[in-house]
Write a protein that binds this ligand. Sequence first.
Ligand code: BTN
Length: 312
Amino acid sequence: MDHATVVVSGTKIAAEIGTTRSEVWRLVQQLRTLGVEIAGHPATGYRLKAVPDLLLPEMLAPLLKGTIFSHIHHYYKIGSTNTQAMESAAAGAPEGSVFLAEEQTAGRGRGTHTWHSARSLGIHCSVILRPPLPPSEALMLSLAAGLAVHDAVRQMDSRIEPDLKWPNDLLVEGKKFCGILAEMNAEATRVRYIVVGIGINVNQTQFPDELRLTATSLRLATGTDWSRLELSAALLKSLDREYQDLLHKLGARDSILRRFQERSSSARGQVVSVEENGGFEGTTAGLDARGFLQVRTGSGVRTVLSGTVRLI
Ligand code: BTN
């Protein structure tokens, strides 16, 4: 806060923005309901104490100029941004629509999992993409989204080295701080739309008992508060780059596979158990050309298609 100690009279603010003192009072009250901390009242003048780290379109849009992300929707509370984005996509919302929520009451994870989404502590973001690709390419896009989160986090704080866990969890110190849920509507040969939903634990200082051993946040990993606004902007810019490269750049798939494996300590040589087809155990042996995880077992190399992979 540059001017946290400056008191400005209602008359001066009214003159500067060309309105009345009573309108300034009304606007101050409105800002307070949005979480902006303003001390004072019409008789004493106003002092800005703290601006909340809200993911408001007015703040985010200027940071995303030149990307596909030009339709930003913000919710204080919603069931799930992925559900909202899937419904909007079905109703014709354009590619590059972004759905951000301060709080989700029914945040969804992969399979039957839920996503704990406490108010204004994490990033809960879903984007609509309409790639001219076959559905078999969706996994590549989902891996690229993990790389985009990795890059964004590193841009903000290069002391942190997130570890990717196939298909697209991000861990730090062995605990998960980000999950990605990619859902699509497709014909056999053509994707109609894909919603990429990204949940990042940013400023949480604690988690419910059932998550305490497995979840962490960037705040817990670094000991400092993070700007959700700056991280969201870095993430969406990075996702835009990955997406453009995947669509237009020769060799983009190889680059995604290579970078994913470089940033993942478990994609190769890690003993895992896989909950798929009755379950099996083995040692990871990298990704195949389509992005599926290979696991070497006693009876040969098996491809993990969608099951949960546990490190043992
Ligand atoms: C997982 O790790 O299982 C995926 C978690 C994905 C959570 C995000 S939060 C934003 C978006 N909305 C949801 O309901 N889920 C995704």
